[in-house]
Structures are given as structure tokens and as C-alpha cells.
Design a protein around this ligand. Structure first.
Ligand code: SAH
Ligand code: SF4
Length: 471
């Protein structure tokens, strides 16, 4: 059951935020400066969006933001559970904060997000990380004020596990966006697809959509606030609306947001191929603000493996959809996720995936080595692929995709593309970085401000990035 958090419950949290503010006022006047928070984020865009809400609530409580955890009085680690690697990293940084707490005993440390929505991980934090003050699963995000209040006023540590299958929607939480001109906009939460490898349905609860009114209101606020680039978020945006409306889905939502006045670009992720329809593609093609970008995770090119993954489409139906998209949206930037070494993946299955990549020719592929996730069916499959084979296939796939990405990027040579500038490049301080309307990474020379659109002439192509200069 989806629980809509009531206005009264949210008001109650506001009161807690006010109580925390009073306590922090006292503490900060004692020490002559404000108390500071740091939110450390792992994982997907949904987690980044959640962290912006956590930061918004903390700022409402009177904390100031710092990016330096050494300066922080409160560190909140927002974790991911999709692969073991993400969990190991989150646990390891949490481990490092022990030393910070030894130096500053008043430091408060919290852990939240998907990893601690799993009972065994919540227990790990509780018993193996005694310096962590509190941890809570994804469904408690909106209760941050009362959690902080409880920890500030009582000695007890707090650990809150989501009820299985629970899912809620909390509207109108304060938000502190990381970027003034790009924004996330969640249209739905949770997932009901139960791909056999995936932990998301277990940690994010059942699929539930926000009302179109709430989404459109938020979109209008973002646009009025000067946001130029909005990414609609959901684990499977194509099932938007199913829990709410008989005849209003994601395509209708896209059209309605597209119709809002203003100069902005609209993109979305993720689209599950089993639910992506021609109607969606037609809508994308028709909506002038919709970016020519489609992230359509294939996962495997073998129908046998797709079946074992419970993906519910075939390579053929997938390819048909891609052809349709390429026909209707010329120049569409197509990206995908692939899992390498899913249990039972034979050399022949893997070859089918390699063949699919060669045939489909993605702009970019996010490839992942299969990671066993507790409580998922695939973790129990007996025919697990040995690590060395997974690693070797992974490298072969990267090699293949590098070549494909390089070739596609070469088609941009000497062309001029519109780029939204994101400021100085992280890899080269003399260059600027940004993304095209289709979402391609561009590194370029010239002068531009963050958040400014510029025309860039492409002079060099690399597998993951286009190089150019401002016209
Ligand atoms: N809802 C999105 C995906 C969310 S998870 C979708 O269905 O497309 C992001 C990606 O992580 C997935 O597409 C998948 O490729 C990868 N992934 C998920 N679980 C995984 C696992 N157990 N091991 C390796 N990769 C995984
Ligand atoms: Fe995971 Fe599949 Fe849901 Fe995506 S659709 S979140 S891969 S279960």
C-alpha cells in the first residue's frame, strides 16, 4: 500500500525542525559559528535527488552545508545497494569517519538509503559501527527532523528498518539543489518488476506515482527558478500513472510538461524496454523540449538470459523499438546498461550480447559485472559464473564498445553542437565541460559561464567524450 504522508505528519516534522533549530542556535552561539553538515552520496540519480532533499531539511534545521567532512558536525552517508561494490565503498568511508569522531566526539554520523533498507546491513551498522548515531531506510527520509531531534536530546542510538513492501510519498519537502540550472524531478518511486538480479524492489518498495498536479507544479517552480534542464526520474518511467489513472501515463505527462511555458530541455530515465511504446517515441518526437536521448537498458543480448532475468522482452522486440526511435528521432543518443556474467551466461550467450552491441551501436554502454544480491532469486542460482570469466568478458565488452563509441563520435567531427556548459572540466583545468542536447559529454576550449548554452565545434572524437572549441 502506498502511504501518502499527510500534511499533518509533515507539519509535525516541521515542528521538530524548529526544535532542532533552537538547539543548534544554542550550540552555535556557544561556539561562535554555525554547525555544519555534509551529505555523502553513492548510487543513482534517485539517490542524488534524495540527498538534495536531505540537505534541504538539514538546512531548514539550521545546519550550514560543507563539502569537507572534516569540518562537519553531522555527516550523513546516503548509500546504494545495487552492487556489492557500492556497499563496500559506503561501509569503508563510514569506517573512516570513526577517526573524525575520535577527534570530535560531538560529531554526529548517520547512514541512510538503500543499503540500510536491508536488515542485514542495518544490523551491520548497528553492531559493527558503534560510532554511527543513527541509520534509517529509504521510507524514513521525510522523518529526518524527528530523527535528528531524538539523537540530539537522548543518549540512545536510532535504527529504523523499512517495513517490507512499504512505500510512501512525501510531497513538499524542502530541497537544496546541487546545481542551479539542472534539476532532477522524481515522477515515481519504487519498482514492481523484480528482475531476478535486482535489489531495488526490495529496498525502494512498491511502485508508486506522484500525482500529475504535484509533478507539474514542481516543474513550473523549477522553470521559474531558472532551471534549463530537467531530468524526470523513475525506475521505470513507462509505468508512470498505473497506480493512479486509468488513461494517463508517461507519454501524457511528457506532453503536459512540454507544454509549460519556458526555455528548458526535458529528459528522463529509466525506460524499461518491456513498457516503452511507440506512443512514447512519438511523443518524444513531437515534444520540442524533449531531448533526443534514450536510455534503454538491454541487460543482455541473449533471450535465454533475458528470460532468466525476468526482463519480459526479446532482443527482437527491443531492436524493433530502437529502429522506430531512430526513424522518428533523428540523431537520438542511445545508451544502455549491460550485465556481464549473469548466472548461467555461457560463452554463446555472451557472444549474443556482443553481437547485439555491434548491431545496435549504442553511443554509450554502462556495463556492470553481475553482483550477487541477498534475497534476490539470481543469487540462489547454482550456475554462477566464475569471477575470472566475468572479468575477462567485461574487458572484451569494454574494448568492443570503445571502438563503437569512437566511431559514432567521429560522425560529430567538424559539426557544431549546442552544449550546456557545466564549468571547468574535472579532467583538464584548462578546458570547460558540458553536455549536448542528447546528453553527450563535451570538453571544449573558450569562455563560457556555468549554465550557459554555447555552440561548440567538434574537433576531436574520443570513445566517451567529444573535444571542441566554442564558435
Ligand atoms: N530501473 C532501471 C535500473 C536500475 S539499476 C532499469 O530497469 O533499467 C541500474 C543498473 O544496474 C541496471 O540497469 C543493471 O544493469 C545494473 N544492476 C542492477 N542490479 C545488478 C546486479 N545485481 N549486478 C550487476 N548489475 C546490476
Ligand atoms: Fe531493478 Fe528491474 Fe526494477 Fe530496474 S526494473 S529497478 S533492474 S527490478
Amino acid at each position: 500500500m502506498t502511504k501518502i504522508i499527510s500534511k499533518e505528519e509533515l507539519e509535525y516534522q516541521k515542528k521538530y525542525a524548529e526544535k532542532v533549530r533552537l538547539i543548534l542556535n544554542g550550540l552555535s552561539s556557544e561556539r561562535g559559528e554555525a554547525l555544519r553538515f555534509s551529505v555523502v552520496t553513492y548510487g543513482c540519480q534517485q539517490n542524488e535527488a534524495d540527498s538534495e532533499r536531505l540537505a534541504g531539511m538539514l538546512s531548514d534545521m539550521g545546519y550550514e552545508k560543507t563539502d569537507d567532512v572534516k569540518e562537519a558536525d553531522l555527516i550523513l552517508v546516503n548509500t546504494c545497494a545495487v552492487r556489492e561494490h557500492a556497499e563496500v565503498r559506503a561501509l569503508s568511508v563510514t569506517g573512516q569517519y570513526k577517526h573524525l569522531k575520535e577527534k570530535k566526539p560531538s560529531l554526529m554520523i548517520g547512514v541512510c538509503g538503500c543499503m540500510v533498507s536491508q536488515e542485514h546491513r542495518l544490523d551491520d551498522i548497528k553492531f559493527k559501527y558503534p560510532y554511527v548515531d543513527f541509520a534509517f531506510g529509504t521510507s524514513y527520509l521525510w522523518q529526518l527532523p524527528s530523527i535528528i531531534y531524538a539523537r540530539l536530546t537522548k543518549k540512545k542510538r536510532l535504527f529504523m528498518l523499512d517495513a517490507e513492501d512499504e512505500g510512501n510519498i512525501a510531497e513538499d519537502l524542502p530541497v537544496m539543489r546541487e546545481c542551479s540550472y539542472r534539476a532532477w524531478l522524481s515522477v515515481m518511486y519504487g519498482c514492481n518488476n523484480y528482475c531476478t538480479y535486482c535489489v531495488v524492489p526490495h529496498v525502494r518498495g512498491r511502485e508508486r506515482s506522484r500525482t500529475k498536479e504535484d509533478i507539474i507544479k514542481e516543474a513550473k517552480e523549477l522553470i521559474a527558478d531558472g532551471v534549463k534542464d530537467i531530468t524526470l526520474l523513475g525506475q521505470n518511467v513507462n509505468s508512470y500513472g498505473k497506480t493512479l489513472y486509468p488513461d494517463y501515463g508517461f507519454a501524457e505527462l511528457l506532453s503536459d510538461i512540454n507544454a509549460i511555458d519556458g526555455d528548458f530541455t526535458l529528459r528522463f530515465m529509466t525506460s524499461h524496454p518491456k513498457d516503452a511504446t511507440k506512443k512514447l517515441i512519438d511523443t518524444m518526437a513531437r515534444c520540442e523540449k524533449c531531448a533526443p536521448q534514450l536510455h534503454l537498458p538491454l541487460q543482455s543480448g541473449s533471450d535465454r538470459i533475458l528470460k532468466r532475468m525476468n526482463r519480459r522482452y526479446t532482443l527482437e522486440s527491443y531492436k524493433e523499438l530502437v529502429s522506430y526511435a531512430r526513424e522518428k528521432i533523428p540523431g537520438v543518443v542511445l545508451t544502455s546498461d549491460i550485465i556481464v556474467g549473469f548466472p548461467g551466461e555461457t560463452e554463446e550467450d555472451f557472444d549474443l550480447t556482443m553481437q547485439a552491441l555491434s548491431d545496435i551501436k549504442y553511443d554509450m554502454v554502462y556495463s556492470f559485472i553481475y553482483s550477487k544480491r541477498k534475497n534476490t532469486p539470481a543469487a540462489e542460482y547454482e550456475d554462477q559464473v566464475p569471477d575470472d570469466i566475468k572479468g575477462e568478458r567485461f574487458r572484451r565488452m569494454l574494448d568492443l564498445q570503445n571502438g563503437i563509441g569512437q566511431k559514432i563520435n567521429e560522425t560529430y567531427l567538424n559539426k557544431t553542437v549546442r552544449v550546456l556548459c557545466d564549468g571547468i572540466s574535472k579532467t583538464d583545468a584548462d578546458m570547460l565541460a558540458g553536455r549536448t542536447d542528447g546528453g553527450k559529454n563535451v570538453c571544449f576550449s573558450g569562455k563560457a559561464e556555468e549554465g550557459e548554452y554555447v555552440n561548440v565545434k567538434i574537433t576531436e572524437a574520443r570513445p566517451f567524450v567529444l573535444i571542441g572549441e566554442i564558435m
